[in-house]
Design a binder for this molecule. Structure first.
Ligand code: PLP
Length: 428
């Protein structure tokens, strides 16, 4: 079997050892056994991330002191900042913005560019973006009197075509914001090619890529992509809620931005940082590096991380293939009568493990409820929600059930989901 095309499963034993490292992976303590297939809404949490966050929170010391416990706590912030920039973003320079959410980092970075760059008459984003990326561009276009341009999605593939994006970019485009992967269709965008083509049109353009949905599935590489801004949310990435992290290039930090007067341009942090959030993210990075070390020998943390994410990606592609095609024992979503996979595509190398689906004859909310009754947590993304209306409609849909397992799930979990789907579909 072709690894690239169909992915590669972890051994069952290894997969189970990974799942054991997550909190409540198979059951909720009050609600009982359940399959958590809603990782796009907030992923399963690593025990060690939750534990270190709680442990660090127990200390009252200011994490900006030069001695004692406060000094130790300061290392989570300085070490974590370096680790997130270098290991997660693959950055060789640039700075980190941290806020309470990824959305806040997006507004901060986009606002800085749109208010600070004294040129350009338009800015471009896409109809597939999460509101935080889309609305940030719209908001600052309105405030700066620039034309707001929105690239439509490809309704067939569920993605964005590079040629179409380029029809919207010109030499007066100050900023282009395109997400790394869709939180509804799971499509991965060809950011590197988008950047290359956009810079051919306008070498000075600022490029932003929301990686919130892509980060838990694949390594980010801001250097290779050539972007100025990229962000992710730890709560969607095996970590904790209450923070968002964002890479900004040095040329973005050189623009006027909210900062303390006597601090360097590279320090975007306002007020006292939260060491527990950085400690929790470092625990997530350790976990991914350990997966890398299971397969290769290296002392280079970024190299281990990239290998870890590559293995996660291959495991997830194999799970995705099984989810769509099934096995001799249980049919996949593509083969269950009345089940529909939206914006399905043959080439799974352009998909993260997120499937938009439905069952003919059942309302999406009723279907989510039925899944819950079968012990499966999924979520409906509908055109009645301000978070998903524009996105699902741009894909030609009224809504979809979003199915988002995680790399630590196994073949048995996928099969359980397929058996439940067939049972629900057979009883419509
Ligand atoms: C693609 C994408 N971007 C941004 C966000 C916003 O993240 P946060 O809730 O941390 O602001 C989400 C959340 O669902 C998302 O899916």
């Amino acid at each position: 079997m072709n690894d690239e095309k169909y992915g590669v499963l972890f051994s069952d034993e290894y997969q189970k050892s990974l799942k054991d490292q997550f909190c409540y992976a198979d059951a909720d303590p009050e609600h009982g056994e359940r399959l958590f297939f809603e990782n796009s809404g907030g992923s399963l949490r690593l025990k060690r991330a939750v534990e270190i966050k709680a442990a660090v929170e127990e200390f009252p010391d200011c994490p900006e002191r030069v001695r004692g416990r406060g000094y130790e706590l300061s290392h989570y912030v300085s070490g974590g900042t370096k680790d997130i920039l270098e290991t997660v973003f693959g950055a060789k320079s640039g700075s980190l913005i941290s806020e309470l959410s990824a959305s806040q980092t997006m507004f901060n970075a986009v606002g800085t560019i749109m208010l600070g760059a004294g040129w350009g008459t338009n800015a471009v984003t896409s109809s597939l973006e999460h509101p935080s990326a889309h609305d940030a561009v719209e908001h600052y276009c309105q405030r700066t009197g620039r034309e707001f341009r929105v690239v439509p999605a490809n309704k067939e593939t569920g993605g964005l075509d590079v040629d179409t994006i380029m029809e919207y970019v010109d030499k007066d485009t100050v900023l282009l914001s395109i997400m790394a992967a869709s939180n509804i269709s799971g499509n991965i965008m060809d950011i590197k090619e988008i950047v290359r083509r956009a810079k051919e049109i306008n070498p000075e353009i600022y490029i932003v890529s929301d990686a919130v949905q892509h980060a838990p599935h694949c390594a980010i590489d801001v250097e290779d992509w050539g972007v100025d801004v990229s962000n992710f949310a730890p709560y969607k990435f095996f970590g904790v809620r209450g923070c968002g992290f964002c890479y900004v290039s040095d040329r973005v930090s050189a623009l006027p931005h909210h900062k303390l007067t006597h601090k360097d341009n590279s320090i975007w942090q306002l007020g006292t940082p939260t060491p527990g959030n950085f400690a929790a993210m470092m625990a997530v990075i350790d976990y991914v590096c350990e997966i890398g070390a299971h397969f290769i020998e290296s002392t280079n943390r970024r190299e281990l991380y990239v290998e870890g994410m590559r293995r996660i990606h291959l495991q997830e592609r194999a799970l995705l293939y099984r989810l769509l095609e099934g096995t001799d024992e249980v049919p996949g979503l593509r083969h269950i009568d009345k089940a529909e996979v939206y914006v399905d595509m043959e080439d799974l190398t352009y998909k993260d493990l997120i499937v938009a689906m439905g069952i003919k004859g059942i309302e999406f909310s009723d279907l989510s409820q039925k899944y819950l009754e079968h012990g499966i947590t999924v979520f409906e993304r509908l055109n009645t929600s301000p978070y998903s209306k524009r996105i699902v409609e741009s894909l030609g849909l009224e809504g979809a059930i979003r199915v988002s397992p995680l790399h630590c799930h196994g073949r048995d979990d996928i099969d359980k989901f397929l058996i439940a789907t067939k049972e629900i579909a057979d009883n419509v």
